[in-house]
Write a protein that binds this ligand. Structure first.
Ligand code: HAM
Length: 420
């Protein structure tokens, strides 16, 4: 065949898609309990939205976006992330005017980043994300983090840790920025051209450069922690206090900076600590973005959120050998012998399904033995056997596959019998 799934993407085949549904169901039900409502935004947006918010100097904007010109000559981009679109929608639909604040939203869907293919890194991946917009109460930071942790817990994952940092407010970040410029300027000629560009525009980005990672000046760079002003430190203390109240353990990492520009104050990641997991251990990332709504032309609306990828969650479950194994099985498989039985079977099949019973029959004209094998493969809880006698007597043979017991059941009593 000449066609293959595009590099960095994957087909989610039917023997796996049920696991995706399981994760989505868990995540949705937790959001429901926390009173977050779903929002669905388009898969593409104006390119400028991401340039302005994720940031011009980030890897995402500089190297990874799927950008195209549409037939109306507008620059559009397949969304690389969900926060900017959600905040765009929040502003556009004036959700800041809703009576209930903060506005608590969740979303799931594909995101697109042209990244180098690697285990756990895809060009199309599915995020599940949450955004709480309109409050700067440190308790909501803890709520969002707790919600993320609970999604993992509910899936059965246990080898995870929460890593936390504060990026401070604008004043703190500006002071840190000046210190970084002073630190790198004298030797900036030794750095890659990307870093040279970043020096004036966004020196913080130098710290997550993959090319110059080993440069000695990286290790001695001024830490943001030393530049947090009193207000920022106080805010961070309150967030940590609420996490303590919630009983959530965390590891403080002053070097956690995140790859997107809109963050301030709380920044966090949830990592897999499982030995079986590959090189990329971040399962989930998030943080606070107090200036984002204003950046795209809205009123001040402080927000916080996170996004996790379902791919990495499933990989982490595999690494812990805790993959879901309880694939939903069939309630009933109908085995028929002869044409009249087949017609009767087809009629009963419709009736079972109408009653919500997951049922199946043979469409390949197979012999009885092969039909029984299908029933086994599909892990049917019950098998109904219909032959000529059964048709004439208006009954079926109902076999319970758990105890292998078989009995004659009149067709009218079948549903009742199965629901027992
Ligand atoms: P992010 O850290 O860029 O943040 O991505 C969040 C998560 O998406 C990562 O932790 C990772 O699990 C997953 N992810 C990112 N890139 C890939 C990839 N190429 N393949 C597979 N999974 C990937 C954001 O996107 C922010 N919008 C999160 C956020 C929401 N912050 C506040 N609200």
């Amino acid at each position: 065949m000449n066609f293959k799934v595009p590099r960095g993407t994957q087909d989610i085949l039917p023997d796996v898609s049920w696991k995706w549904q399981r994760v989505e169901k868990i995540a949705r039900s937790i959001c429901d309990v926390y009173n977050y409502k779903e929002i669905r935004t388009p898969i593409f947006e104006q390119t400028e939205l991401f340039q302005r918010t994720v940031g011009d100097t980030t890897d995402i904007v500089q190297k990874e976006m799927y950008t195209f010109t549409d037939r109306g000559d507008r620059s559009m981009t397949l969304r690389p992330e969900g926060t900017a679109p959600v905040v765009r929608s929040f502003v556009e639909h004036k959700m800041f005017g809703y009576a209930d604040q903060p506005v608590k939203l969740y979303y799931t869907g594909p995101m697109f980043r042209y990244e180098r293919q690697q285990a756990g890194r895809y060009r199309q991946f599915v995020q599940f994300g949450v955004e709480a917009i309109g409050s700067d109460d440190p308790a909501i930071d803890a709520e969002v983090i707790e919600l993320a942790m609970n999604i993992y817990k509910k899936t059965g994952l246990s080898d995870i840790k929460l890593v936390l940092n504060s990026l401070g407010d604008k004043e703190s970040r500006d002071a840190h920025r000046e210190a970084l410029i002073a630190h790198f300027s004298p030797n900036i000629g030794e750095f890659c051209s990307d870093c040279q560009n970043r020096l004036e525009k966004n020196p913080l980005r130098i710290l997550d450069c993959k090319v110059d990672r080993e440069h000695p000046l990286m290790k001695t760079a001024p830490s943001l922690a030393d530049y947090l002003n009193e207000e920022s430190s106080a805010y961070f203390e309150k967030v940590k206090n609420y996490l303590d109240i919630a009983g959530i353990e965390y590891e403080y990492d002053p070097n956690l900076v995140r790859g997107l520009d809109y963050y301030n104050h709380t920044a966090f990641e949830i990592m897999s600590t499982s030995k079986g997991f590959g090189a990329i251990t971040t399962l989930c990332g998030g943080g606070r973005y107090n200036g984002l709504a204003e950046e795209i032309g809205g009123p001040a609306a402080p927000g916080i959120g996170f996004a996790l990828s379902i791919e990495r969650l499933l990989l982490a479950l595999e690494a812990e050998e805790k993959s879901f194994t309880d694939e939903p099985s069939l309630d009933v498989y109908i085995v028929t012998l002869g044409d009249a039985a087949r017609e009767k079977g087809f009629e009963i099949l419709g009736n079972l399904r109408e009653n919500g019973l997951r049922s199946e029959m043979d469409y390949m004209g197979r012999k009885m033995k092969a039909q029984m094998k299908s029933a086994d493969r599909l892990k049917a809880n019950h098998v109904i056997v219909i032959g000529e006698d059964e048709v004439n007597e208006h009954v079926v043979q109902l076999k319970n596959m758990a105890d292998r017991e078989q009995k004659r059941v009149p067709v009218e009593e079948l549903i009742e019998e199965l629901k027992k």
